[in-house]
Design a protein around this ligand. Structure first.
Ligand code: RFL
Ligand code: PHB
Length: 390
């Protein structure tokens, strides 16, 4: 088989890139290690920047998002028994975010792709990029015991943090930067009205908590937990009790509960691989970088990578210029590092670290108090949260 762009990974990066390429008349094939239902069973991001929504519009995959997504003009920071609203809309001169689950973004992109007739191969085992330092790269994969080969012009590695693309790069040409945090997030999904109409990020001596949502009737809650916790040890009642303890009293009293239908623990990590291009192989999204979810940036960074790469590839095919793809790694990394910094800062300010003592707790509360009372500091938070331009 031959295509112009072989895309490894059918998460949001791979699907969005594929859809933009298809719209531009550039042939592409997507491979994924797992099946469609497995991909749609993952519960992940919930907050989309305006730039991400714009790209989904460009990919003609935002119809449901515009009907069902929840525009949010602000969120709350809770600490020291009170909470303070960050007015994103006012502080950024009219910008907001949209709360719409990654699962739904993925579903919408899959539907548009299927309608376009572009090929996706699910359950493709051992996808491997080959000869990407030559002018004739190719990808091999196995399906039903048969090895297949896709010849292509370029390979897009959109296969997440544990994927094969980054691993195919020789160690001597890649540099990685990593910070692993000594805690995780235990997340729960339940069909119950959210405790507040906007998100609440809570700093508490018992640990961080986040109240988020998927719709007016579906809530997504997280609590910081230690890395050796097991989901099985967390009954719904234990989760709700712990969440209540970490929220200011008025929210704790208003919290409505219902049986959960998803519960999982995610570790927190910051990770960046440099560069993001190796001749004819590009790393995109989580394949190149990971941020802790505190800043709601992972999916949005995947979208900005896709934007830079798509514009570069379109220029390559339309104008026979490689200027855009040559600038991909540098442009993407400049934005990535700013989001890595923001996510690290939010994480550091909001969580209880194993060595956080009463002094450190007071310093965090003083920082939050300053942040919420200084317009300059609130503006810096807001402009990062709604997303830096790309
Ligand atoms: P994905 O979503 O991991 O998709 C990669 C795809 O590649 C496939 N794959 C392979 N395919 C072929 N061969 C191989 N060898 C392969 N190995 C893997 C996988 O099956 C999968 O289908 O990466 P992508 O597309 O780059 O998207 C990145 C986002 O998923 C991620 O950044 C976000 O989910 C991060 N994130 C958040 N981001 C936000 O912008 N806002 C948020 O509010 C937010 N909240 C979160 C999050 C991530 C979380 N977890 C669980 C890590 C909350 C959580 C709890
Ligand atoms: C979510 O709704 O899953 C979510 C929202 C905001 C975050 C992280 C996750 O910062």
């Amino acid at each position: 088989m031959r295509t112009q762009i072989a895309i490894i990974g059918s998460g949001p990066s791979g699907l969005l890139l594929g859809q933009l390429l298809t719209e531009a008349g550039i042939d592409n094939v997507i491979l994924d290690r797992v099946g469609k239902d497995y991909i749609l069973g993952r519960v992940r991001a919930g907050v989309l920047e305006e730039g991400t929504v714009g790209l989904l519009d460009e990919a003609r995959s935002a119809f449901r998002l515009h009907a069902e997504g929840l525009p949010h003009d602000g969120f709350s920071l809770a600490f020291d028994g009170r909470d303070h609203r960050i007015d994103l809309y006012e502080l950024t001169g009219g910008k907001r975010v949209t709360v719409y689950g990654q699962t739904e973004v993925t579903r919408d992109l899959m539907i548009t792709r299927e309608a376009s007739g572009a090929l996706t191969v699910y359950d493709a085992a051992n996808a491997t990029p080959h000869d990407f330092d030559s002018s004739s790269p190719y990808v091999t994969y196995e399906k039903d015991g048969v090895t297949h080969r896709i010849d292509c012009d370029f390979i897009a590695g959109c296969d997440g943090f544990h994927g094969a693309s980054r691993k195919a790069v020789p160690e001597k040409v890649i540099r990685t930067f990593e910070k692993v945090y000594p805690f995780g997030w235990l997340g729960l999904l339940a069909d119950v009205a959210p405790v507040n109409h906007e998100l609440i990020y809570a700093n508490h001596p018992r640990g961080f908590a986040l109240c988020s949502m998927r719709s007016a009737t579906r809530s997504r809650y997280y609590i910081q937990c230690s890395l050796d916790e097991k989901v099985e040890d967390w009954s719904d009642d234990r989760f709700w009790d712990e969440l209540r303890r970490r929220l200011p009293t008025h929210h704790a009293q208003a919290l409505k509960t219902a049986p959960s239908f998803e519960k999982s623990i995610a570790p927190l990590r910051s990770f960046v691989a440099e560069p993001m291009r190796f001749d004819r192989l590009f790393l995109v999204g989580d394949a190149a970088h990971i941020v802790p979810p505190t800043g709601a940036k992972g999916l949005n960074l995947a979208a900005s990578d896709v934007h830079y790469l798509f514009e570069g590839l379109r220029e390559f095919y339309d104008a026979r210029s490689s200027a855009g793809i040559d600038a991909y790694s540098q442009k993407a990394l400049a934005r990535v590092w700013k989001a890595v910094r923001f996510s690290w800062w939010m994480t550091t300010m909001m969580h209880r670290f194993p060595d956080t003592g009463d002094f450190d707790q007071k310093i965090q509360e003083a920082e939050l108090d300053y942040l919420t009372h200084s317009r300059a500091a609130s503006t810096a938070l807001a402009e990062n949260y709604v997303g830096l331009p790309f």
